[in-house]
Every structure is written in structure tokens, then in C-alpha cells.
Design a protein around this ligand. Sequence first.
Ligand code: NAI
Ligand code: MG
Length: 493
Amino acid sequence: MDSQTNKLAFELAFDDGWRYAPAPESTDHIRLDKQYELFIGGEFVAPQEGRYFPSINPATEEQLASIALATAPDIDAAVAAARKAYGKWSKVTAAERGKLVYRLARMLQERSREFATIESLDGGKPIRESRDIDIPLAAAHFFYYAGWADKLGYAFPGRTPRSLGVAAQIIPWNFPLLMLAWKIAPAIACGNTVVLKPAETTPLTALKFAELVQDAGLPPGVVNIVTGAGDTGAALVNHPGVDKIAFTGSTDVGRIIQKAIAGTGKRYTLELGGKAANIIFADAAIDQAVEGIVNGIFFNQGHVCCAGSRLFVQESVADEVVQKLRDRMETLIIGDPLDKNTDIGAINSREQLERIRSYLKIGEEEGAEMHQSSCPVPDRGYWCRPTIFTGVSQSNRIVQEEIFGPVLAVQTFRTLEEGLTKANNTPYGLSGGVWTDKGAKIFKMTQGVRAGVIWANTFNKFDPTSPFGGYKESGVGREGGLHGLGAYLSLEG
Ligand code: NAI
Ligand code: MG
């Protein structure tokens, strides 16, 4: 026995306490290149200015690959490639389009383990989530929209659905491949071509997807992937050759985009921020509700536009719920995103960690009481312990502003009307949750809460058939389901 095994045997023999046993996903099965180029016209091409930026692993701060930085001439080339391909793609038979989109769906499924591992490496999310949620849902979106490709006339009876042309698609870093699927699947199923820009911290699964596009035999230029940060996104949005813009990200950038395209006739959908209310009535199944609160705010480190970041608990059960929540938080494991035990992975970037930390400080300065779990966090990488604030009031910034981290603000209410008024006191309107034993209360709340999606006795459930989108500052338009299909078509009589 070497000394390590010896030590382990000793510990096992003489210590019967529970010991943490990591279960890391292997990385042997994935292939990552050192450098990634732009995917334009069906080929990987070097950026015209020759500049690159790193994509790092936020759990280790190590560089994973060097990524091409697209500037205006590259955007010109990508939009031109998409325009050229549109001439052909919009005339391909609908059945053939459907066949190719199905093929992408199947190839994603076949390579799901590789995609899940890369998603967790590049963005910091727990492998359990990328494996069980992100990648299967991404494939499901391709399957769903593939099915519509040759049935558009049935989707919109009495109308003449026509594709729009070239879609510019800009996606965020919280669900990189899933957001790609939300954007690309309906667009190409309807006969459009796309130029997609992934977020600068999480470009790798989009670039791996470009390999699938090549392997699937899609005509060159139907899908183009350009990488870069905000300037690259702005060049794409402002390009005169683009017919439709689909953006998911911050409300601030959504505003910039809306201003920039005013009067241009470009169609657009904007999926922006949120500050969802998760509302727990005294008659709810409390243990299930506590699980729902944990899922609502700690899923994907709270980097979720529809996260349940404002908790409203009916006063008579508030102490019980908060105590159970704190106990449950204590059991959450933070750490290596590739470990299958991990509940909370790495914060996506240093910038985002700093933003979250600034809100923790603001919360304390506003007089709220902060409770964090005591679990250990790794030395390197970007981490934030699950956090709840009690003693907050409606006007507090931590209650009004999107934090986009594992941070929950807890308030109480007495009557249904008070809960409803408080829940609606927000500039956002993306999602919400209601927990109660009574169907009548569910109906009242779901009709009264002004949000695009409301879950009852559950939270964060997604399905490709279900439309998703917001009111007020949470955005314009819907993605998913038939609504999402309509957003990529003109439907004149
Ligand atoms: P962001 O809105 O800047 O980034 C989202 C995407 O937009 C990225 O691909 C980015 O490169 C691109 N982009 C940035 N500036 C652009 C511009 N002027 N024109 C076109 N595209 C542009 O979000 P960021 O800075 O990464 O995160 C800041 C905050 O935004 C977060 O703390 C969170 O509150 C919110 N956010 C919300 C998301 C959501 O899903 N609702 C997703 C990401 C961020
Ligand atoms: Mg990265």
C-alpha cells in the first residue's frame, strides 16, 4: 500500500463520520482546440483584424481556448454569407428543412455528454444541470421546431407564413447552448438564415455546434457564428443587411438595441431581465415550497432571468419557512462544476462576481440582515455562497434590481391582496411562482401577477411548446411554442 491508500484505509477504519467523496465527470471524452475561428459561410475563418480573446474556466481561472474577435468586416462577411444562403434556404422544400433540423437535434443528443461537459467547463454551471437540463432541452427545441418546418400553414391557418430573411441573434452567458437553440431552431425551421453571437465568456458550445452544422450538411451560410463582446454585438445589430434581431440579455443593452433600430423596420424580440416573486401561502406544502424556493433562486447560481429572487411568505409561516430554508441552504454543496454532487457551481465571470458582491454590500448598507451558508468554497475561481436577506423593504435596491446571483430577498405578507400588490411592485414582469393548497388562490394570483410565465407549486419548468417572455422592462415578444415560431415569420393574409 502506498502512503495515500494507507492514509485512506486508516481514516476509513477509525473514523465513521460522513466524508465527502467527489464524483467528477471525466474530460477525456471532449476535444477542445487551442484556438477557435469564426464560422462564416460553412467554414472556420480567421478574423480579419487577427485579434483573439481568451475564454476561461471560471472555476479555475485557467484559459480554455483562444477565441476569434469579430469586427465590422467580419460581420459584413457573415451577413453577406447569410444573405446568399437565404436565397437558397428559403426555397429548399419544407420537408428537407425539417429533415436537417431533426438531424441537428439528433446529433446534439448523440454528443450530449461532450456538450454538457464543455458547457460546465466554460460557464461554471454544475454538470448535473448541464447534463439533465441545458443540453436535453436544447435538443428538445430542435426536435420541436423541426416538426413545425413543413406544417407552417397549419400553425397559422388562413395566413401565408413567409420567412423574414437574415436574423441577427445575440445570446447571454447563463444558458449558452440552450439560448442558441431557442434562437436558431425556430429561425432556420421557418426558412431564415442566421448570424449568431454567443456571449464572450461562454462561446465554446456555440463553436462546437458549428461543427455539428458542418457535419449535418446544412447548406453553407444558413448558420453563421461570430464571436466577440458588446462591440461585435452592436455591429451585428446595426448592420443594414439584417431583417430581424433576437436578443437575450440585460435590460440596459435591450434599451440600447431598441433605440438603435427604431425606424429601421427591423423586426425584433427582446428577452431581458427579471425579478420574479415566489409567493408562499400558509396553506402550501411547506417542505415542497422550500425546495421550490431553493430551485428558484439557486439553480444555475441564480444566473437566471426568471429566477425567483423575491420571496414573499405569508406571515404566519414566515419563521418556519425561513428556518427551513436556512437549514436547507446549509446542505448545498458549492464547488467543482464537473463534480456530480455539486449544487452550486462557479459564478460565470469575475465581473459578475464583483456585481453580486456589490449588491451584498448594498443589502447590508440598506439595513437588511444577511444569512449565508457556511460551506467551504475553493481557493481559486469565482464563488458566492447561497445568500438570503431578511428584514428588507419594497424600496430596497436588493428588492428592486436584478442581481443575477444566488441572492434572495425575503419579505412577508398577510392577505392575498397585499401579496399581489407587493409582487407587482417591480419594473420587471418575466415570471412568478405561487405555492398554495387552494386552486382558487392559484387562479387569482396567476391572473393578478403581471408576468409572462407563472408557475404553480413548482418553479423553473421549461418546455419547448410553451411560450416564454416578459412584460414591462422584461422585454418584448415571445420565444418558444407557436408564439416563438410566429416571431420568425411574416403572416400577411
Ligand atoms: P449583456 O446584456 O451585456 O450581455 C448579453 C449579450 O449581449 C452578450 O452576448 C454581449 O456580448 C451582448 N452585448 C453587450 N453589449 C451589446 C450591445 N451594445 N449591442 C449588442 N449586443 C451587446 O449582459 P452582461 O453585461 O453580461 O450582464 C449584466 C447583467 O445583465 C447581469 O448581471 C444580469 O442582471 C443581466 N443579464 C440578464 C440576462 C437574461 O437572461 N435576462 C442574461 C445576461 C445578463
Ligand atoms: Mg468561459
